[in-house]
Design a protein around this ligand. Structure first.
Ligand SMILES: *Cc1c(COP(=O)(O)O)cnc(C)c1O
Length: 368
């Protein structure tokens, strides 16, 4: 397993060998052990965001987008109206989903290097009383920018609207406390900061909103209400559950606790990020975002203009050394991205910087 590359990407990520080991079992979907496992995982996820019994956790087969789509489809009624706050590709994906769902959507969009402006959100909510829901991406993984979730959550609650949060690349590391950050629903997945393997998403949702959501969804498999009802009835998932993914997630949640919880995990990611940013800057690279809006999740670097720097060569050489980075998908600037999350230590990050330095020498690149 040591020959596997380190994934410095936005997910899937490098997982620990103990998480992979934990998956080496076969459980039937009606097996009591599995039913208990999925209950325990859901309880742990609720505890992580300080959710009391007024919230439910509904797990769903699939990647993170399945959970986001289920959240939007199930919680926004056909006559609802969504204010979607956008500053990157995942916000735009919410627009795309709402087009499929035929939900009326108002979009407030900012540049990819600008956090969502809280004043503009308040203004739009004051001027358009027909808006029923607001959607927001906590950390826009497109650039790695962090949005002012706490402030926006409070504004949304003051206007008596419902906040639907995509916390995919935040959950398990960046602070989420539903007492301080009132949300109607939070969608996330197993394989980002929780450091599980991909294959399950989940939505943490206020029970009141969930109870009111019967028959909203256009889709059988993405119906959160039906999934919840199924689980309530007998603890079973409606369709084949990703048993091994849940086993891996249970182990990953234990490792999160052992590490010291989200605060300690965030601290490790912060160390990873600062080694990465400082090291890359010393080598002549420039981060895209201002420091104060950068989350320690994934860092976007501007594509160097030096002639000898050919990104595909850089990428493949790093891969040969055992590191996988990620091309950028920004609409405005040419860039690439390097992730700081996953089962990855500051020592490994330092090693990576040394390898980048070697690769630049091999490529005969100099930025001066
Ligand atoms: C990863 C991610 C998603 C979901 O992506 P999948 O590829 O479907 O797992 C959604 N939103 C954000 C902010 C993400 O980082």
């Amino acid at each position: 397993m040591s020959s596997e590359p380190l994934l410095l990407t936005p997910g899937p990520l490098t997982t620990s060998s103990s998480v992979k080991q934990a998956m080496l079992h076969d459980y039937g979907s009606r097996d009591e052990k599995f039913i208990l496992l999925s209950e325990q995982v859901c309880q742990s996820l609720l505890q992580l965001v300080n959710a009391d019994s007024t919230y439910q956790c509904v797990p769903l087969q699939g990647s993170g987008t399945f959970a986001v789509e289920a959240m939007l489809a199930s919680l926004i009624p056909a006559n609802g109206k969504l204010l979607n706050l956008v500053n990157g590709a995942y916000g735009k994906r919410i627009n795309e989903i709402c087009n499929y769902l035929n939900r009326e959507t108002v979009v407030l969009e900012f540049a990819e290097n600008m956090p969502i402006d809280t004043g503009a959100v308040a203004d739009i909510l004051s001027s358009d009383p027909t808006i029923s829901h607001v959607s927001l991406v906590y950390c826009e993984t497109t650039s790695g920018i962090i949005n002012p979730v706490k402030e926006i959550a409070q504004i949304v609650r003051e206007h008596d609207k419902q906040l639907l949060l995509d916390a995919m690349s935040a959950f398990g590391a960046l602070p989420i406390d539903v007492e301080e950050m009132p949300c109607t629903a939070i969608a996330a997945s197993s394989n980002k900061c929780l450091q599980g393997v991909p294959g399950v998403g989940f939505v943490i949702v206020e029970e009141q909103a969930l109870s009111n959501s019967e028959a909203n969804s256009h889709s059988l498999s993405l119906d959160l209400y039906a999934q919840w009802q199924g689980l309530q009835k007998n603890g079973q998932w409606r369709f084949t559950p990703p048993v091994q993914v849940l086993l891996g997630l249970q182990q990953a949640l234990q490792e999160l606790t052992d590490e010291g919880g989200p605060t300690a995990r965030l601290q490790r990611y912060q160390e990873n990020a600062s080694i990465l940013v400082n090291g890359m800057c010393e080598l002549g690279f420039t981060p895209y975002l201002a420091e104060d809006v950068q989350a320690p999740i994934i860092i976007t670097f501007l594509m160097p203009t030096a002639e000898q720097f050919v990104f595909s060569d850089f990428y493949h050489k790093l891969q040969q050394h055992g590191y996988v980075i990620y091309p950028g998908k920004l609409t405005e600037v040419n860039s690439f991205r390097i992730g700081c999350i996953g089962h990855l230590t500051p020592t490994q990050m330092q090693k990576f910087i040394d390898v980048v330095s070697e690769v630049l020498t091999e490529m005969d690149v100099s930025f001066s």
